[in-house]
Design a protein around this ligand. Structure first.
Ligand code: DX5
Ligand code: ZN
Length: 220
């Protein structure tokens, strides 16, 4: 099995100690930091913006993967790139000019990604695959941490993996939502390269180190 990357989602972190928790994640084996940006329009919840990305950038050298769950994401790309995003993903469902948006992300020096809601089929990526560096498969409805993994999304992960293989390019297949020690292995077997995990890492019932270790053990 290829090396699987772990991307803790700071959505579930303790924001009074965000810097420490990001540093702790890095120390205990996180590969990327996942930043969930929500606007109260595309999704019901409102979370964080470029200021948090900028703050995170100061405390870690890990890639910052910014997941934009916002309408009109093209209006905010520059702000997130300037704040230090390594990669920026926009949702397919709110991007009528996806080609232009992805090109804009790349022109800003970031990796370009597309996120797909649970009901959005893999096939929508066919004509745009050469423009993407990563695909985020949502395995919960976007908006909140701690939701239950939707197993119905599993065939889509495998379909996207097959599509990516055909390109012979390295496109990261990221799975986001409901990842825990019980679900991690199945999504990796379906083809995930990167696992996003919020509540399975930042949780008052165990330490960040334990959360990461449990996920890694589940993949052995
Ligand atoms: C959900 C976010 C996820 C979220 C995952 O809308 O995109 O990144 O933080 O949280 P868990 O891992 O708790 O499902
Ligand atoms: Zn996310």
């Amino acid at each position: 099995m290829n090396f699987i990357k772990l991307a803790p989602s700071i959505l579930s972190a303790d924001f009074t100690r965000l810097g420490e928790q990001i540093a702790e994640s890095e120390r205990h084996g996180a590969d990327w930091i996942h930043v969930d940006v929500m606007d109260g329009r595309f999704v019901p919840n409102i979370t964080m913006g470029p200021l948090i990305v900028q703050a995170a950038r100061r405390v870690t050298s890990l890639p910052l993967d910014v997941h934009l769950m916002i309408v009109e994401p093209e209006r905010h790309l520059e702000a997130f790139a300037k704040a230090g995003a390594t990669a920026i993903s926009v949702h397919y469902e709110v991007s009528p000019n996806l080609h232009r948006t992805l090109q804009a992300i790349r022109d800003l020096g970031c990796k370009a990604g597309v996120a797909l809601n649970p009901h959005t089929p893999a096939q929508v990526m066919v004509e745009i695959l050469d423009m993407v560096d990563e695909i985020v498969v949502m395995t919960v409805n976007p908006g909140f941490g701690g939701q239950t993994f939707l197993a119905s999304t599993m065939p889509k992960i495998a379909r996207l993996k097959a599509m990516i293989r055909e390109t012979h390019r390295s496109i990261d297949l990221i799975v986001d939502g409901g990842i825990n020690p019980d679900t991690a292995m199945t999504v990796v077997q379906a083809g995930a390269d990167v696992l996003v995990a919020g509540s399975a890492i930042f949780n008052e019932d165990f330490t960040i180190e334990q959360g990461i270790q449990r996920l890694k053990s589940a993949l052995e």
